[in-house]
Design a protein around this ligand. Structure first.
Ligand code: 6GU
Length: 231
């Protein structure tokens, strides 16, 4: 079973998103277990302080090395990590390819930063992978750690049934997914495309590929070019 540890100074941000839907189903099936660790529990400071001012006069607080080193060292006595991940905006963007690779891991550890970030020595000495989840700024690493965890967990074999297979997902083949429809065939005059109701599996498959390609070219030309090597 895959195990995920998450170290956070704001652990309450993490519980609910990991207790519902696909992630909860994966836990129920014993395909993943997740432990959340409150960084403050590892501070040896008498006021449980975990941050301090940045050297050099930069604005904002920085998570201090001691609680992070002690927490990671403690966890490393229990497990050997395939990846110690620091979600941060100053890193390469996390992709489906990265999710596919990580879904084969046994043990993953996330270190969530808050405030201005974490002391660079933690990144240099402990962290093995750094990812951003997109080009915008969030208040901390908790939401990114949840996003990355969800992307990984749903790919663990057995988590999704055949009916919800990850193979059809947007991005799995580098393209966006085709539109989907359900009953009724006509809703308030709005029709489901005829081809999807035809029962002709070859035609349906061709239609879906075409839709997928056209939609990707229209709204994500960056992805389209990567797949079709066109410029
Ligand atoms: Cl991984 N962290 C933060 N704080 N902001 C982000 C991000 C990560 N990815 C995009 N924005």
């Amino acid at each position: 079973m895959m195990h995920i540890d998450i170290i956070s100074a704001v652990p309450d941000l993490l519980y609910s998103p990991l207790s519902h839907s696909i992630v909860q189903k994966a836990k129920d099936k014993n395909l993943v277990s997740i432990d959340i660790h409150d960084l403050r529990d590892y501070s040896v400071d008498k006021h449980k302080k975990i941050d301090d001012y940045a050297y050099g006069g930069e604005a904002g607080m920085v998570l201090t090395p001691q609680p992070l080193f002690d927490c990671v060292k403690y966890l490393q006595q229990k497990r050997t990590y395939d990846a110690i991940i620091f979600p941060t905006p100053d890193a390469p963007v996390f992709t489906q390819k990265d999710a596919n690779t990580l879904s084969l891991s046994n043990n993953i550890l996330f270190i969530c930063g808050h405030y201005k970030g974490i002391d660079q020595r933690v990144r240099d000495s402990l962290v093995t992978h750094e990812w951003s989840i997109g080009d915008y700024v969030l208040s901390g690493g908790e939401l990114p750690a949840l996003v990355i965890s969800d992307a990984i967990i749903r790919l663990i074999p057995g988590v999704l049934g055949d009916a919800t297979s990850a193979l059809d997902d947007s991005h799995q083949d580098g393209l966006l997914s085709a539109p989907v429809y359900t009953r009724p065939a006509v809703y308030d005059g709005l029709e489901v495309p005829e081809v999807l109701r035809s029962g002709d599996h070859k035609k349906v498959s061709e239609w879906r590929s075409r839709q997928s390609e056209e939609k990707t070219r229209r709204i994500r030309s960056d992805l389209y070019k990567n797949v079709f090597k066109e410029h």
